[in-house]
Design a binder for this molecule. Structure first.
Ligand SMILES: Nc1nc2c(ncn2[C@@H]2O[C@H](COP(=O)(O)OP(=O)(O)OP(=O)(O)O)[C@@H](O)[C@H]2O)c(=O)[nH]1
Length: 860
């Protein structure tokens, strides 16, 4: 067969392609272990079948004896009662298992299928699909080296999948796709594959085709396009028996299926040859016969293309996990196509407000990140003393084992007994024990090495998202030198919470338990926020969505059995100042717990849009510390004469350090910003400047809590003064909404969004030319994507979006989006879906402000 690119191929000079072969015997042990490690995640839209697939993975790898069922609530990964009751995944759980298992654990027939003969360590993180838990997904994505994206073969590519796919792409995570639920009526492998091309912006490489009984009966197996075999699940109901058929046998038994597999192989080789020159050479070497190229070489080429950044080729697999079809080859694909920690780029870090990457720092190329010492007697920093660097990506309260902190180690090794410095909390704690989670069982280990995921039980402080480092010679009381003490791994921006509820213990005796429980919830999930309204004495819990808070409420009342009254879930409005203040100094001199506490602080406040950061900070940024909060506030602490970078300063009382003082000031400012002076809503879009003069403001009686109290008073006074000069304004959360609707309902949905809901339509079908990110995405012509025919599918694939689906992007106030899904469903005959995220807060006009305030009064 002559194909377009052959001519081009012939022109290529034949190179001696040397396959880099690693000599296992000479390799360092950790590297050998690392090359056989996969840190992967499963991502998808809600209900696509992530948990069902994970349960099968655990079963086939021999870690569970029976298959857990989401519908019966007996799964391993959804272990929270709230998850089991709702049948959805809320917390991501990380589990480790080995694949392939020892030969005896696999069916004899399936064992004939070639695969990696080395057992790999798979650390699998199951992520939730609901939009309210986007931060669970984001946090999990940070520690993944690769991901399996599961699609529902009936629903195709759904809105949430698109969102998470894009986020994974931003983190440069290679991905493969598994089209699940092919046993369901209406399943359409072909349509879904074309949607992958159009909506996920990559070329689908069909590695398996579905195998239907007699071409259009039950879904019974898959055609393995790489090794040219038919795999049929039969016999045992648990899917452990797989019959493997060679192509020549298939030609006799099911010739139509055999011919389709050959077409699929031709398409796969052609696709690879467009992205990998080595495949062109292989094709020529094998007499221009697509079928003659050996499977391992196809895998090698496909792996190479999958690991390229940006990823343009997406391997696609087929199955029906619930029917126990397709999971074992998917696990083989995880090993074949997804990278080991050795093959992924070093993680992004931020250090003293600058960004770079960890390997750059560790290799000593850190001039951009660490300024050279300037003062006398100051030593340059030795990064070799940084013995380990890890990310706490998940904190879980395990009913049996207590608080477990899941960590991914990025460099060095965390050993039992070592002291960890938490750079987010500026505090140290000892590692009492270390565990490796094997399915839902734990195994004690002495260390967790680079590239591995493990668990630290018994930590008192670490929260989800914190960076933990081990610095040579450090103990629980000492501090690593600046700026290493500020090192942050893959920092993520958590958007502001937009819903809140009030929580009140039922009695005074319950208060301690309620507060302890809330503290655990906050350690587990930092996208929950807690604040205490000083005036009403009420505790407010704020979160990303109503489901987010509902789940927190369930956990508090049902899992932790806390006795508390919980208010209704409300929208979190904000208030902002409209005029600036001149610096105001507050003083504190009070006996606290029998001891004199004394401190002063100077603060001023300015509307953010009028604030000039450069002028405020001055020419030398070592003498200022800047924080931007998720509510769009800016906190600038000026500390002239006190450099952040090196050593202790004579003007600072000996019992304090500059980092401690800055942390206390920050806590004081945050407390003041949590409650605006006019209506009690948190402050947004405001710049607060603090002037710290160590000689005037600090005394031997200045404790961290005194510093934070006096800062809070100074900021609150400034905010009050600003509101007395000109009244503050209310702000409401505005969402960026992506709505997918059938063509026929487009008009009514646009009309509803823009008039009834006061929204602003930004684009239709991604036509917004101002969106640079969208322009970057490749466009794939679905007509050029190979897919096998869909025996049951109705309709045609024309616009590239499922059944003439159209996309509307709009900005809409959150208040108008409450309960939107059921309204959208009624406008679209049940076919519309949407995803949304906070786009910011906007000042409201007077009429809207009045409505909100009246609504709030009715409630209170
Ligand atoms: N027919 C069929 N149903 C399936 C298949 N896989 C999963 N399901 C069903 O789909 C529903 C959702 O499955 P889950 O595994 O909970 O999906 P999930 O993606 O983990 O869902 P979240 O945790 O809520 O994000 C359950 O009722 C499953 O039994 C499949 O292959 N075929």
């Amino acid at each position: 067969m002559r194909i377009g690119w052959v001519q081009y191929a012939r022109r290529l000079t034949r190179r001696n392609v040397t396959v880099s072969r690693r000599l296992w015997s000479t390799q360092a042990l950790p590297e050998r272990t690392l090359s056989k490690t996969r840190n992967i995640g499963i991502i998808a839209h809600i209900d696509a079948g992530k948990t069902t697939t994970t349960e099968r993975m655990l079963y086939y790898s021999g870690y569970t004896r029976r298959i857990g069922d989401v519908d019966e609530g007996s799964t391993v990964t959804d272990f929270l009662p709230a998850e089991r009751a709702r049948g959805i995944t809320i917390q991501s759980a990380a589990i480790t298992f080995l694949w392939p298992p020892s030969n005896s654990a696999l069916d004899e027939n399936y064992n004939q299928v070639p695969r990696s003969s080395f057992t790999h360590n798979i650390n699998l993180i199951d992520t939730p699909g609901h939009a309210d838990f986007t931060f669970e997904v984001l946090r999990s994505l940070r520690v993944l080296d690769g991901a399996v994206c599961i699609l529902d073969g009936v629903a195709g590519v759904e809105a949430q999948t698109e969102k998470v796919w894009l986020q994974a792409g931003n983190y440069q995570i290679p991905r493969i796709i598994y089209i699940n639920k092919l046993d369901r009526a209406g399943a359409a492998f072909s349509r879904t594959t074309k949607e992958i091309g159009v909506r996920l912006h990559g070329w689908p490489a069909v590695c398996q085709i579905p195998w239907w009984r007699d071409g259009k009966g039950d879904f019974m197996g898959v055609g393995d396009v790489v090794y040219l075999r038919g795999l049929m699940w039969q016999g045992a109901r648990d899917g452990s028996q797989i019959q493997s058929f060679e192509l020549r046998d298939l030609e006799e038994a099911d010739n139509d299926f055999a011919s389709e597999m050959k077409k699929a192989r031709i398409a796969l080789v052609e696709l690879l040859s467009e992205h990998d020159d080595a495949m062109v050479e292989l094709f020529l070497e094998h007499g221009e016969d697509h079928l003659a190229i050996p499977g391992p070489q196809i895998i090698q080429s496909l792996r190479k293309t999958v690991l390229k950044t940006p990823q343009t080729v997406i391997p696609v697999f087929a199955g029906a996990s619930f029917r126990n079809i397709g999971v074992q080859p998917l696990l083989d694909a995880v090993i074949d196509y997804l990278p080991s920690p050795l093959e992924t780029p070093g993680p992004e870090i931020s250090l003293g407000g600058k960004s770079g990457d960890l390997s750059q720092l560790l290799m000593g190329n850190s001039k951009d990140l660490i300024p050279a010492p300037t003062g006398k007697g100051q030593k340059s920093l030795d990064v070799k003393n940084l013995q380990a660097c890890a990310l706490a990506f998940k904190v879980v309260n395990d009913p049996k084992r207590g608080i477990l902190v899941y960590v991914r180690v990025y460099s060095g090794s965390i050993d039992k007994g070592s002291t960890l410095f938490n750079t987010n909390l500026c505090s140290a704690e000892r590692v009492p024990r270390l565990l490796k989670m094997l399915a839902n069982d734990a195994q004690e280990v002495d260390s967790i090495q680079t590239g591995q995921i493990g668990v630290i039980p018994g930590l008192k402080l670490a929260r989800t998202g914190d960076t933990l480092i081990v610095y040579k010679g450090m103990n629980a009381k000492s501090h690593p030198p600046a700026p290493l003490d500020s090192l942050q791994l893959r920092p993520i921006q958590v958007p502001p919470p937009v819903f809140f509820t009030s929580i009140e213990p039922q009695s005074l005796s319950e208060q301690k338990h309620v507060l302890e429980t809330l503290a655990i919830l906050l350690r587990e999930d930092p996208s929950l926020h807690l604040s205490v309204d000083e005036e009403s004495g009420q505790t407010h819990l704020a979160g990303m969505g109503d489901l987010h808070l509902e789940i927190a409420r369930d956990r508090l009342l049902n899992d932790f059995k806390a006795k508390a009254r919980i208010g209704k879930i409300e929208i979190g409005y904000r208030e902002t100042i409209t005029s600036s203040t001149s610096p105001h100094t507050s003083q504190l001199e009070r006996t606290i717990a029998g001891k004199l506490a004394k401190a002063s602080m100077t603060a001023s406040a300015t509307p953010k849009e009028e604030f000039a950061l450069r002028e405020a900070v001055g020419p030398d940024d070592r003498f200022a510390t800047i924080h931007e909060t998720e509510d769009g506030n800016m906190i600038v602490i000026r500390h002239p004469g006190l450099s952040k970078i090196h050593g202790q300063h004579p003007a600072i009382p000996l019992h304090l350090t500059l980092p401690q003082i800055l942390t206390s000031i920050h806590a004081g400012v945050s407390a003041a910003l949590a409650r605006g002076p006019m209506n009690g809503y948190p402050i947004a879009s405001t710049a607060v400047a603090i002037d710290l003069d160590a000689e005037k403001h600090l005394f031997v009686e200045s404790t961290p809590s005194a510093i934070s109290m006096v800062t809070r008073n100074a900021v609150s006074s400034s905010l009050r003064t600003a509101c007395e000069t000109s009244p503050s304004a209310l702000m409401e959360p505005v969402m960026l909404v992506n709505i997918f609707v059938p063509e026929s309902s487009m008009g009514s949905v646009v009309q509803d969004v823009s008039s009834a809901r006061g929204g602003h339509v930004l684009s239709l079908d991604g036509s917004d030319s101002s969106n640079a990110a969208a322009e970057d995405l490749r466009t794939v012509n679905p007509a050029q994507v190979y897919t096998p025919p869909d025996p049951f599918a109705s309709g045609t694939f024309d616009t590239g979006l499922n059944d003439s689906q159209r996309q509307i992007v709009a900005r809409v106030p959150l208040k108008e989006m409450v309960g939107y899904l059921s309204h959208l469903r009624s406008l679209t005959g049940g076919r519309g879906t949407f995803v949304m995220q906070v786009d910011g807060f906007e000042k409201m006009n007077e009429l809207r402000q009045r409505e909100v305030l009246e609504g709030a009064r009715e409630y209170s």
